[in-house]
Design a protein around this ligand. Structure first.
Ligand SMILES: Nc1nc2c(c(=O)[nH]1)N[C@H]1C(S)=C(S)[C@@H](COP(=O)(O)O)O[C@H]1N2
Ligand SMILES: [Mo]
Length: 197
């Protein structure tokens, strides 16, 4: 197995109980994007949830940021093995967004501006486990990190936290998204090291 390199601001603390297996700690915030950073003017931005009936709930930026939001302090874990502990976000809980959504489907495909997709079971998004986040460290979310808004599903590997998210589509089956089609695990629990399949 490869040795880890100590980068600037990085250190290993194997004994840290907050560090999932095979991960190292970093204090900086790496940017990982499969393509260029899309720029979405807030006047054109929207977030939607579409169900199996075709019914679509949609929020403009003003409507979205008027929803009750939560401060979230959480650890994040990238499948490329960096973890960052105690990150600070503000976002709208998926529980809030799903309040008036009726669906019998159990799976979600998240779609991003720019074309990225990732699949997540609905139960991994509800009960206080996921947000659509639009602030980081008290500032508007940096475009490189997914601004105006990104999915935040911190209990799964960070590739599930779709940057520039524009909507969720309910799915009957857990069809693979972008990285999942390329060999990443369908679910991606860092504590179970569900990296690839
Ligand atoms: N739209 C989009 N979302 C994405 C990605 C991407 O390439 N495009 N990369 C994923 C991966 S692999 C990781 S590790 C995190 C990186 O988020 P960061 O750049 O804010 O660190 O975003 C995830 N969300
Ligand atoms: Mo990643």
């Amino acid at each position: 197995m490869a040795q880890f390199t100590r980068g600037f601001g990085s250190r290993r603390r194997d004994a840290d109980p907050d560090l999932p297996p095979g991960q190292y700690l970093t204090t900086d915030f790496p940017v990982l994007s499969a393509g260029p950073t899309p720029r979405i003017p807030l006047t054109e931005w929207s977030f939607s949830i579409r169900t199996e009936t075709g019914e679509t709930a949609r929020w403009s930026w003003d409507e979205f940021t008027a929803l009750p939001s939560e401060e979230v302090s959480t650890d994040i874990h990238c499948v490329t093995r960096w973890s960052k502990l105690g990150t600070s976000w503000r976002g709208v809980a998926l529980d809030t967004l799903f309040e008036d959504v009726e669906t019998s489907f159990d799976f979600v495909m998240a779609h991003s501006y720019g074309g990225y997709t990732t699949n997540v079971p609905l139960e991994d998004l509800l009960d206080g486990k996921a947000w659509v986040a639009y602030e980081f460290d008290g500032e508007p979310l940096d475009p490189e990190h997914g601004g105006p808004a990104r999915l935040l599903v911190p209990h799964l590997y960070f590739w599930k936290s779709a940057k520039w998210v524009r909507g969720l589509v309910m799915q009957q089956h857990d069809d693979p998204g972008f990285w999942e089609q390329n060999g990443y695990h369908l679910r991606g629990d860092p504590w179970l090291e569900e990296r690839y399949w």
